[in-house]
Design a protein around this ligand. Structure first.
Ligand code: GTP
Ligand code: MG
Length: 340
């Protein structure tokens, strides 16, 4: 029987039978599947893969739950409690470099710790770091090597930076890390001193932006450098529009702070105009969608945070009820502001 070969970029089993299925290659001698080859060499991707199941793990594992600062609202939401009796958990909040420099990260950590306690989440540590920072990677390497656990798993939603961390820890040059959601297809693993480190396929989160827009568009929306907060003063019955994707209409004068990639265009308009503008999305905006839904969002007293799928957030002071239009099914959450 011939040996099963895996793509060095995403881990998929290579196959020559079906170009529509994952792992397709013209010749089985290729190192990268056709999809990874295109992504690596031309920066393009037309397909999405969504591994939805939690993987089977070796016993006595150290699970490093990797989350981006962009999806902290979902930090403790994944049903990983299935592993609770067999594994040790460390939560790793990655991409901290995306937050504005003035962010009080101590307060952020304090709020997350409070949430973990409130939700009864079992964990050993919560680490905040950037996979782009060499010192942070070195510290992580030193930290992980102190564990006796033989298997270390990087688990988390798509685009949280697992492969970037894996590559940095193991000096693997081949595995691919791009903003393409669901890039890693099958576990990649490498020995690291006395341990084996596993880069796992990302967990699927419904309603994230890759479900709605093509890679060429959503890769521009997901920030990759420090986000500069943008403050907007809205008058009664004014709406703030994020491209042709989301609108927020306020019933009274209100100040909001947006944390989004600076390429995303923001504009204010009269509440009456919103529906027309969205319906004629292609005429007015670079980024738009076809079907929208309307939501009334009741924001309680105090500073709150709306998280827009996996591409940014908004801070606003309650109490106030705002009207939102957004692509039907797009993930939007409301939590207390995690940082000021
Ligand atoms: N600014 C910044 N970008 C990061 C960081 N970590 C990862 N990225 C970027 O985030 C994108 C996604 O990174 P990946 O490592 O491919 O994410 P993943 O979790 O492996 O994603 P899947 O394989 O889809 O599950 C890439 O464009 C990375 O360059 C970080 O700490 N800071
Ligand atoms: Mg990956």
């Amino acid at each position: 029987m011939s040996k099963i070969m895996h793509c060095k970029g995403c881990g998929a089993k290579l196959q020559t039978d079906d170009p529509k299925q994952i792992g397709y290659v013209k010749s089985i001698d290729n190192d990268f599947c056709q999809s990874c080859f295109r992504l690596k060499n031309y920066g393009e991707s037309h397909d999405h893969f969504h591994p939805e199941d939690l993987p089977v793990l070796e016993k006595d594992a150290l699970i490093v739950m990797v989350s981006s600062v962009l999806n902290l609202d979902m930090l403790f939401e994944y049903p990983v409690y299935r592993y609770q009796n067999e594994a040790t958990f460390v939560y790793l909040i990655n991409q901290i470099d995306l937050l504005p420099r003035q962010t009080n990260t101590d307060l952020l950590l304090e709020n997350i710790t409070k949430k973990a306690k409130h939700m009864n989440i079992p964990y050993l540590d919560i680490i905040m770091m950037s996979a782009k920072n060499l010192q942070d990677i070195k510290n992580l390497n030193d930290y992980l090597s102190t564990f006796k656990n033989h298997h270390i798993y990087l688990i988390g939603v798509q685009n949280s930076g697992k492969t970037t961390i894996f590559k940095a820890l193991t000096h693997n040059q081949d595995a691919l890390a791009f903003k393409k959601a669901g890039l890693t297809q099958e576990p990649l693993y490498q020995k690291l001193d006395h341990q084996v480190i596993w880069d796992m396929p990302g967990l699927f989160q419904k309603g994230y932006i890759h479900e709605f827009l093509p890679y060429e568009t959503y890769k521009k929306m997901i920030p990759d450098r420090e986000i500069k907060p943008r403050i907007y003063q809205l008058k009664k019955d004014q709406a703030l529009m994020i491209e042709g994707l989301i609108s927020i209409t306020v019933p009274k004068a209100l100040s909001v702070v947006l944390y989004l990639d600076d390429q995303l265009k923001i504009h204010k308009t009269n509440a009456m105009r919103v529906k027309d503008l969205l319906n004629e999305g292609d005429k007015h905006f670079d980024i738009y969608y076809e079907t929208y839904e309307q939501k009334m969002l009741k924001i309680p007293e105090g500073k709150h945070q709306m998280t827009f799928a996996d591409f940014g957030f908004l801070h606003v002071e309650g109490p106030v009820t705002v009207e939102i239009m957004l692509p039907k099914g797009l993930h939007l959450s409301l939590t207390e502001a995690l940082f000021k």
